[in-house]
Design a protein around this ligand. Structure first.
Ligand code: SF4
Length: 242
């Protein structure tokens, strides 16, 4: 019995929690790189209870494990920061903030992105997210911070096809994005959400299965499929991409 309780707890803590309240005027750092349609659904519906294991579960387990690690004096873990903007609140929960070295660390576990793809995209969602954290920390502490990704590559290890080895864990320094650009992005999301009209979701990955084009993003990742009018399930292909 005990192990069943334990499994339930793990599943609960690794399920996506989203915004905790409906219609709260809060824009979180993680919303910046996601599709605006998802931002609207997140705003309208808050948390969608979901107890199934999702693509993000492994990442959540890594966070759970790292939250137990003691990183020493003046290194804070998982603290939520916020600052007012328009009549909204910009928020972000920073995985690790090292006050001794003025370093913000965001933990990512991915098989979708590679280090190369992150470095090549100046507006990559991970960079945007970290820069919002930087903005929040600078506002809270009145000093400048550097940023890095602690990147766990699910595809890491030895690749038999190419004969090369990809590290499982890499630390990636992240460049500063001008606050002005960040505010433009935030305005874009707030304006869209305040308008309240749904739009075509662009965050659908199309994979070719034989001659058939199949959308996979909804099934794999999106927490809002239960409330999204554009959700078009394809159960027979739901595990593609795992
Ligand atoms: S369910 Fe699919 S179409 Fe709807 S918001 Fe999510 S990813 Fe986009």
């Amino acid at each position: 019995m005990r192990s069943i309780d334990y499994s339930k707890k793990i599943l609960k803590s690794t399920s996506y929690s989203g915004n905790s309240l409906k219609n709260q005027k809060e824009i979180s750092a993680s919303m910046l790189g996601s599709d605006t349609q998802q931002a609207l659904l997140r705003y309208k519906y808050g948390v969608i209870e979901e107890y199934n294991v999702t693509q993000a579960s492994i990442g959540s387990l890594v966070h759970l494990g790292l939250s137990e690690v003691d990183f020493g004096v003046n290194v804070h873990k998982e603290i939520k920061y916020s600052m007012p903007y328009r009549d909204w609140k910009i928020t972000g929960t920073i995985d690790r903030i090292d006050m001794n070295n003025n370093m913000i660390t965001d933990i990512k576990v991915s098989k979708t992105y590679t280090v190369k793809s992150i470095l090549e995209d100046p507006m990559h969602q991970y960079r945007l997210q970290l820069n919002i954290y930087r903005m929040l920390a600078e506002n809270a502490y009145g000093k400048e911070f550097n940023m890095q990704l602690e990147f766990y590559d699910k595809q890491g290890g030895f690749n038999y096809r190419t004969g090369s080895e990809i590290p499982h864990l890499q630390y990636i320094p992240i460049d500063k994005i001008d606050n002005e650009i960040l505010y433009e992005k935030i305005d874009e999301i707030i304006d869209f959400v305040e308008l309240g009209q749904e739009k075509q979701c662009d965050d659908v990955w199309i994979r070719k299965i034989g001659s058939k084009a199949v959308p996979t993003r909804c099934e794999l990742y999106c927490s809002y499929k239960q409330v999204c009018s554009q959700y078009n399930p394809k159960p027979e292909t739901s595990m593609i991409g795992w």
